[in-house]
Design a protein around this ligand. Structure first.
Ligand SMILES: [Fe+2]
Length: 136
């Protein structure tokens, strides 16, 4: 579950992993989509066409199930902006998250420090996790 949430909570990977999303993001506009994350495992993504909900369910320590539920309220905008390449973006995230999951199991992997500029959301997620796991 961790790698999927980590991926969601930082946008630094977008230019490297999501070429189409990067291309459709209109940097002249202030808002392309609204992304809300509800701790610990729900994401609400508002696009011009409607809402995509992601529900992240840990199945065991190594397996996670992610459910994608879409609510379309304007079909005419399905091909517009950040929401138009959603399926491809989700597949790209799945591939990198699975790669990260393999990588962290490697004996060559060592946890490093969070980037103060690019990983604020990930850091917040891990602080919340630590706080809830340490509660009695
Ligand atoms: Fe992504």
């Amino acid at each position: 579950m961790g790698p999927y949430c980590n991926n969601y909570l930082e946008g630094f990977h977008i230019p490297f992993v999501h070429d189409d999303l990067d291309a459709v993001l209109d940097y002249g506009k202030n808002v392309a989509a609204y992304y809300y994350w509800v701790f610990p495992n729900m994401m609400f993504n508002f696009y011009p066409w409607g809402l995509s909900v992601n529900i992240v369910q840990p199945l065991n320590i190594e397996r996670t199930k992610v459910s994608f539920v879409s609510y379309v309220w304007d079909r005419s905008k399905l091909d517009e902006g950040a929401g138009s390449v959603l399926d491809k973006v989700e597949m790209e995230d799945e591939a990198v998250v699975e790669g990260v999951q393999k990588g962290v199991r490697s004996r060559f992997y060592k946890a490093g420090r969070f980037s103060p500029t690019h990983e604020k959301g990930v850091h917040h997620f891990h602080r919340l996790l630590a706080a809830f796991l340490n509660r009695e």
